[in-house]
Design a protein around this ligand. Structure first.
Ligand code: HMG
Length: 388
């Protein structure tokens, strides 16, 4: 019996800022963003959307197909949590009408926690193959204005149904891990934006890749040549290109630049126009690969490198299942991305500065999201989520 990702669906906000607009205001060459970091656009959340509404919108198509009673556990991975105590997934559980016997939990370790959730979901399904686990990763990436991180913001959520005999990707049990206590990127509880040592974070990412790969290749016995494509954590698309170049060098794979690019280019397409979605970003990259690769990937093995600052890196692998195209949500994702509206720099600043009230009063939020759910307001410190 194989275990893995049976279905995958993502959501991102209907607003985006083109990075050439940001570059113009900053007096920077737009090519620094388009080419230097490999990003064109970044998603900006509407005033009435957050990690909960994005997560529920991402998961709704899966639940519509599988039914609300199909899921025994909901794992919610995020690093932009809205509550120190209550799991964001409990709101999603209600919005999706899931069974009261479904357990819900939230997981955190920067951008890595969705991978921890996926691995734990696979273990739960292996123990009880007639169950399905819903893994959701949802984040809003925010840095201070006028910092190098600003151009690498974004937002998005991805939902994956994990089952026995999956229709998309079966996940191999072997993993390679690397953990080290470093301060490359972090967000203390009293801050709404992340702190980051940008250049250092890219170095640590590459170090964790090498170490996780070494561990993975030892425990699994796989070599670089066993993989046809690679999905990397995507803080910005150029990071994956640098990572892949390094892995090629490290494993002495001896590929040309074009051959290297062909192994990752289809994973980058959605991230380039959504931006960093932290926990969700590698899995939006996987969706991009499955939905945009012309060649039939059936039977091909994919390498995954998941990275979360702080830091944990994990290298693992999976095999694409024959007939996977039947289970994709390709047209819905294309429609979602095509229907987005470009915003001006002034609108971007308004969305960026939209206050989250903390006074316990009665606050209503203006309608902005085109997703299936909205955050109607906050009253007496309680968030009110409704279908739109
Ligand atoms: P920066 O200082 O603005 O950029 O910060 P730069 O000056 O280094 O330029 C970036 C690249 O653009 C360089 O290329 C330049 O040469 C090039 P490189 O040397 O890297 O190959 N460039 C140009 N190219 C073409 N035309 C031009 C031009 N000008 C310059 N005119 C930095 C970049 C990534 C540091 C910044 O954006 C940042 O701090 N981002 C946030 C941190 C981050 O994303 N780190 C990634 C690793 S950590 C991670 O992935 C975890 C994370 O997702 C969080 C989590 O786990 O929770 C962040």
């Amino acid at each position: 019996m194989s275990v893995g990702i049976d279905e995958i669906s993502f959501y991102t906000s209907n607003y985006f800022l083109d990075l050439k607009t940001l570059a113009e205001v900053q007096g920077t060459d737009p090519e620094k963003y388009y080419t230097g970091i490999g990003q064109e656009k970044m998603g900006m959340a509407a005033p009435d959307e957050d990690i909960v509404t994005m997560a529920a919108s991402a998961a709704l198509p899966l639940i519509e197909r599988a039914g609300p009673d199909a899921v025994s556990t909901l794992m919610f991975a995020t690093e932009t949590g809205i509550d120190q105590s209550k799991a964001a997934g409990i709101y999603v559980h209600r919005l999706l009408g899931l069974n009261a016997n479904c357990r819900v939990v939230e997981l955190k370790q920067a951008c890595y926690s969705a991978t921890a959730a996926l691995q734990m979901a696979c273990a739960l399904v292996a123990r009880k193959p007639d169950t399905k686990v819903l893994v959701i990763a949802s984040d809003i990436a925010r840095y201070d204005l006028d910092t190098p991180g600003e151009a690498t913001q974004g937002c998005g959520a991805v939902a994956m149904l994990v089952s026995a005999n999956p229709r998309l990707v079966s996940i191999d049990p072997e993993v390679g891990n690397y953990t080290e206590d470093v301060m490359d990127f972090w967000r203390p509880n009293y801050r709404s934006t992340a702190l980051v040592d940008g250049k250092y974070s890219t170095k640590i990412y590459l170090k964790a890749l090498k170490k996780a790969w070494d561990n993975f290749s030892t425990v699994s016995g796989y070599g670089f040549g066993d993989f046809s494509r690679f999905c990397y954590h995507l803080p910005f698309s150029r990071m994956a290109q640098k990572a892949h170049q390094q892995l090629v060098r490290h494993t002495k794979a001896g590929l040309s630049a074009d051959e290297q690019e062909a192994q990752i280019s289809d994973t980058l397409l959605y991230n380039r126009i959504i931006g960093n979605s932290y926990t969700a970003s590698m899995y939006i990259g996987l969706t991009s690969l499955l939905e945009n690769t012309i060649e039939d990937l059936s039977g091909q093995r994919i390498g995954f490198f998941s990275y979360g600052s702080g830091c944990v890196g994990e290298f693992f692998s999976g095999t694409v299942v024959a007939g996977y195209r039947e289970a994709l949500h390709l047209q819905r994702h294309r429609d979602l991305l095509a229907a987005r509206r470009e915003i001006s720099h002034d609108e971007y600043l308004q969305l960026y500065r939209h206050p989250v009230p903390t006074d316990g009063g009665e606050h209503r939020f203006e309608e902005g999201t085109t997703g299936h759910f909205r955050l109607a307001g906050i009253s007496h410190h309680k968030r009110e989520y409704i279908p739109r």
